[in-house]
Design a binder for this molecule. Structure first.
Ligand code: ATR
Length: 286
């Protein structure tokens, strides 16, 4: 029998460091459960879930399954339903329950770096996939003014309509960033595997805060933006906050008793980044 009670499912997952981080973190916290990565094709998803109900504790879900998994779950919590995507599954007594920790993780990462009120501030979100949906939902809950753009415009239009946000043509991205943007959220896979970027760093004015959801991008876009004087938020920080929310779900009710600052410290240690990384990773010139 598989001894890994926790797993990341998606495709591709080879590049993900989640298993390394989670296993160090689980050991640090004294849990005996282990975490693995499972590369799955879409056709195998339903079988995987039905098997997992019998012996797993939970899953992290990444692309391309965050939406596809909805129909395979026994129940979906209200936030994940509103977002329309699931990134976390908990198994209990043979049933599968879906949650979404991406939105809250993103919001906490943003507020950790920049605690100023978000209300009425203008966010431009690039992307309309599972992660973008969760972040757009969380930012709309924080009463930001949101504009969404995506390579496939129909997805941006549908997401914007759901949230009472504005959909932008992709070609207008640079001019909107330069004139009507306080927070730029990059929520696509551009830069995950190569040097490509959604827009050159030089075109982004330094007063714009940039949040890149990629935890380990291959481009040096965010570093370049930080060097230019922008306030930047890395996907690693979002990953840390959303992971803490996952532990609360998987290990409820015990996990709630550990203070968040201790968790962040332990997680940043597990990720081999200095504990003060989050606060120091960027230069704030606001
Ligand atoms: P996730 O769950 O991480 O959001 P996803 O649901 O597969 O993953 O969404 C990936 C996002 O990256 C989408 O917004 C996608 O745009 P499309 O809707 O047009 O597919 C975006 N994306 C992927 N590759 C891209 C590229 N080369 N240029 C621009 N956007 C890209």
């Amino acid at each position: 029998m598989n001894h890994c009670k926790l797993a990341l499912i998606g495709s591709p997952v080879k590049q993900s460091l989640s298993d390394t981080y989670h296993n160090r973190f689980l050991s640090y916290l004294g849990y005996s459960e282990r975490y693995e990565k499972c590369e799955l094709s879409s056709e195998k998803l339903a079988f995987f879930i039905s098997e997992a109900k019998q012996h797993r504790l939970g899953l992290s879900v990444t692309m391309p399954f965050k939406e596809q998994i909805l129909s395979l779950l026994d129940d979906i919590d209200e936030t994940a339903q509103k977002i329309g995507a699931v990134n976390t599954v908990k198994f209990k007594q043979g049933k599968a329950y879906g949650y979404n920790t991406d939105g809250i993780g993103a919001l906490q990462a943003i507020q950790y770096i920049d605690p100023r009120p978000l209300e009425k501030k203008r966010a431009v979100i690039v992307g309309a996939g599972g992660a973008a949906k969760a972040i757009a939902w969380a930012l709309s809950q924080a009463n930001m003014e949101i504009a969404i753009t995506n390579r496939s415009p129909e997805k941006a239009i549908a997401l914007a309509k759901n949230l009472n946000a504005q959909a932008l043509p992709f070609e207008d991205l640079v001019s909107v960033i330069q004139t009507k943007c306080d927070l730029l959220v990059h929520a696509t896979s551009v830069g995950m595997f190569d040097n490509s970027t959604i827009t050159p760093a030089e075109k982004i004015p330094s007063h714009v805060t940039i949040f890149d959801i990629l935890a380990a991008p291959k481009n040096r876009w965010l570093e370049k933006l930080a060097q230019q004087g922008s306030l930047t938020i890395s996907g690693k920080l979002m990953w840390m906050f959303q992971a803490i929310e996952q532990y609360k779900i998987w290990f409820a009710p015990d996990f709630m008793q550990i203070p968040v600052n201790d968790l962040l410290h332990a997680l940043s240690h597990s990720m081999e980044i200095p504990p003060e990384m989050a606060a120091k990773q960027s230069i704030y010139l606001g």
